[in-house]
Write a protein that binds this ligand. Sequence first.
Ligand code: PMP
Length: 475
Amino acid sequence: MPDQPDQPDQPDRSSLPAWLPAGQPYPSDAPASAALMERAQRVTPGGVNSPVRAFGAVGGTPRFMASAQGAWLTDADGRRYVDLVGSWGPMILGHCDERVVAAVREAAGRGFSYGMPSEGEVALAEEIVGRVAPVEQVRLVSSGTEATMSAVRLARGATGRSAIVKFAGCYHGHVDALLAHAGSGVATFALPDSAGVPASAAAETIVLPFNDLDAVESAFAEHGPRIAALITEAAAGNMGVVPPAPGFTAGLRRITAEHGALLISDEVMTGFRCSPSGWYGLEGPYEQGAPDLFTFGKVMGGGFPAAAFGGRADLMERLAPLGPVYQAGTLSGNPVAVAAGLSTLRACDDALYERLGRAARAIADGAVAALTAAGVPHRVQWAGSMFSVFFRDGEVTSFEQARGQDLGAFRAFFHAMLARGVHLPPSAFEAWFVSGAHDEAAVEHVLAALPDAARAAAEASDHASDDHAGGRDAG
Ligand code: PMP
C-alpha cells in the first residue's frame, strides 16, 4: 500500500541526495526533461500529446515523468514531487496501487483485447449502475470526449432536435459542438473557440453563463423547440472548482423538462471523485427528477482509457444495435482498462473518501494559511473533496469571475512549489487532485513548501501581468 513507509519505491527523504527541503529548491533548469522536450518537439506538435502539459500558462520546461508511486512522481532528472495533478483526476488511489496493478497484470495475462464482449465489461457496468441510481444502463467508451460526444448524439437522435446548450467555462472534451468557451486548457490558451470547428457546428451551440438560471430560462424561451439537450459539468472543475449554486441543477432539470430537452450531467471529473456516486451522490436525488444522461471517465478507468455514458434504459436503448443512434469502438470495454477501472472503483470505499477529504482539507488549509500570511488574495472552493485555489478574492460562481485571477501570482506560486518538490496542475483553472495515497508524509511535504511559494506569489503579484491567459504558442 502506498502508505507503507518501507516500500522500496517510496521516497525516503534521508536517503535521497536529490531531495531538497524548503530553502534549498531544485534548480530551475531540468536538463533531462529539456532534452526530451527538444526531441519531442521534433516529432510531436508542441512536444506534448495534450496541450496543457506544455506548461504554456506557467512557462518553463514541462517535467517528463519517468515513474510514479503512491503520491509521488519521479521525473527524468530523478527529482521527486508530491503529485497534485493525479493525471487530471483518474489516480484517486495514488500511483501503482497494488490492487490495481494485480488486476491489470491478471487481465493482461489473459488477453489485451478480444473485439468481443467479456465479463469484466459487465462487472464494470454493474458497478457504475449500482452506484449512480438514475443510471440504468451504460455504454463503455475510451475517453471522456467520446462519452460526451456520444451522449450529445444520443440526445439529438432521441429528440430529433439539433441545438445544444452549454455553459461558459465548462469543458466537455474536444467535441466540435462543445468546444466553445470551454474552460481550462482552452481558457489557458486564450482559444475561446478552436480553429477547425465549422461555423455550422458552433451555430448549434448556445453558450450561457454558469449558475445563471435566468439566462437558461431566456434561452429556452427563445430557442426551446430547437434544443436537444443542455449539458453541464455536474460541479464545474475546468474553470477551477465552481459548484452549482443551491437549486441550480434542480432548476436546469425543471426548465429542460418543460421544453422537452434532455439534461446531460457531465461527471467525467466529479464521478466517483466527489463521493462514491459522484456529484449526484452529494446533491441528488432532486425532487424535479434526475438528469437523463450522465457521462463518466477519469476515476472509472483507474488511469487507463475507459469512460462511459449512461442513463435511463428507454433512452439508452435507442443506441445501436437496438436503436437507430450509431455508436461504436474497436477498443471500447478494453479488458485491461476495464480491470483497472473495476479494481479502482471497488477500492473507492467510505474509508478512501475519508482519507481524500482529510488530505484535501489539510492541503487547502495550509494554502489558505500561507497565502493569507503572505498577503496574496485567494479563494478556495470545494465540490466534495475536490477543490481548487483561485488567486483572487471573493466567491467565484462563473467563468468570468474565474478569469479575474492574478495569473502572474499563480505562475510564481506554481514554480516555487515545483522547485520544492510539489507538482501542481500547471494552470490556475484546474482542481488540485489528491489521492488515498496522500499520507501524512506527502501532506507534510506540501505544507512545508507552501510558505515560500506564497511569498513568491506575493512578490510576483506586485508586477503581475493582467493578462488572463497564456499565449497561443503554448499548445
Ligand atoms: N468532461 C469533463 C468534465 C472533463 O473534465 C474532461 C477532461 N478533463 C472531459 C469531459 C474530456 O475527457 P477526456 O480528456 O478523457 O477526453
